[in-house]
Design a protein around this ligand. Sequence first.
Ligand code: DGJ
Length: 725
Amino acid sequence: MIRVDEKNNVFFLDTENTSYGIAIVEDRYIEHLYYGAKLKDTDVRYLLREDEPPFTPRVNKRETGSFLDCAPMEYPEAGMGDYREGALCVRSEQGYRASELVYEGYETFRGKPQLEGLPATWGNESDCSTLKIICRDRLLNMKVTLLYSVFEGADAVIRSVLIENEGKEPFYIEKVLSACLDMDDRNFEMISLVGSWARERHIQRMPLTYGRHNVASFKGNSSHQEHPFMALVTPETTQNVGEVYAMNFVYSGNFIAQAEKSQFDSVRMTMGLHPEGFTWKLEPGERFTAPEVVMVYSDEGLGKMTRTYHDLYRNHLIRSPYLHKKRPILINNWEATYFDFDEKKLLEIAKEASELGIEMLVMDDGWFGKRSSDDSSLGDWYVNEEKIKGGLHNLVENVGELGMKFGIWVEPEMISPESELFREHPDWAIQIPGRDITQSRAQYMLDLSRDEVADFVYEMIADILKSADISYVKWDMNRQMATLGSAALPADRQGELAHRYILGVYRMQERLINDFPDLLLENCASGGGRFDPGMLYYSPQIWCSDDTDAVERLAIQEGTAMIYPVSSIGAHVSICPNHTVGRNTPFETRGDVALLGTFGYELDITRLSRDEKEQVKEQVKKYHKYNDLIREGDYYRLASAADNMYYDSWMIVEKDKSRALLFYVQVRARANAKSRFLRLAGLDAEKRYVINGKEYDGSLLMQAGVRISSESGDFRSKVIEIVKA
Ligand code: DGJ
């Protein structure tokens, strides 16, 4: 709900449990008033310290310098005297870098506008409301609209920004962030998700000291290394207690998320497009829309934040018809064969898999052009009939006769220097004339800022999809951006390439899901290099990491599930010793860990032992029994092996609290250890529950815990069902 108090010149965005307040000061400045637990009062302008120099120019001899550098601003601009991180930096045609946003008016309405060309949370008039705050830089005649939306039942505030050139000259946007949150410091600690290839989204927490601390990517994708997420938390914060202010960016390219503690002990938290290398020329009459940031406040710890993101993304971000459906259990041939396969090998895998209850075969990289290693053929999207004898249609039919669906891997955004496509269109690769193109995994990136390039590649892929009964696509992306240049952009628009590229990707994915509405799309980027809300808008699942080791996956999936619904996490059982880290883990544990996700297999199933094959059958049964609960339930994190070194544990609880699953993974055995009590979460304290045939009070299970005996051997796991008596 949106409350406007015109007398006091304040706006409040209310959710079920939170309020976000904005005030207009001196009829021109748009200041941040409050964000936190729900407030009833709107008469709270004292929070602005307006009578206290230097908090308004009026009581400070019209001194704007000291005021701008300390007042809490909703959308701070560069160049006028606020030396903290600015959200907007604009260069005029004459080369001056400054802007001064003056409040003009507001608008409120039910519903939420679509963001042009961008993924975004969606909802209709009964789901959400929007506030537009309109301001203007008079010199440039630049209209800036700050957009805020709130959804019923979700403790989130969604922000984005629209910039319009209503003047007579072009200007250049050099920086445009989407959200800024100014607050007094509360000894905040900063949580971010960091990592590397095959080690994505590990949770990092550190005290917020003076200065600027950020996570960012200017690699062209949201990246394995840092993640478009940041939370500031009060020091006592755990899963269940403490205050959390979080931001997550609905975008898949360059970003920056930053917290800055200033000389006055205030904290500015910002998020948006990374300004590195970015400039956007806005001609008169043109507009620019910045991607949106989803802000979540929780005063019940990180667990509440997590569940808010999960529900919001399941209800108002992911659009796929598969979102609320059990996905077919797939087997992917990548770790089974890498590039070394033919139709016979695929059929052998499919045959064995179908007998064990697996429902879909996914043919990974290597089926097209002359591709027998990663050295060639990206861009040549036609079937290699030397490998797939009889062609794709035939293979898919044969797989279908086994009662299985068929899925295919593609990497539409790339071009190999060794490809027919590159020989025909060398200018289609992103490059700087006269320089060597930076090569990575022996490939270049296609210039998807050019519609004709994106359309050409899209048509090739669409033809493949039309040529056979293909139920699933894994859309991969295996390198990061460098030597940025587009043959189609003029000199003063080269700074638009990285963003235009992402808009091109979005346009292609939009076409794909519209043209093939029954297709199950899984995004991927060398594992989890582009696991973000932007991609989730198009695909209900994303391959989480190229590290399929069950123990490595604990930390990766914990960090990922801190924001993203479990139903979106691509997770497979693979072979041991694990191909990435060489570890051996029990087959059962590999299955249990993969249940915290979409669940599938990625191994040569024909080489499993008889015992392992029996275990596959059991795992398939477990998946079918529990997937509805895992996909739709509430996720609670109980323990983290990354913190305690010994065990990891989480729960999924049915929304009505009638049923739950407890997952426990013992990572390290301990000599002379007694059993441990795991305190459960999310149950109804007033109700009784049955575990293994014995009844317990919900409150007992949550206060004292379930007894877990310590087992000999590392990497043992248990999945325990808890049902209301
Ligand atoms: C990276 C992906 O993450 C892998 O699963 C696999 O598809 C390879 N690319 C294929 O090149």
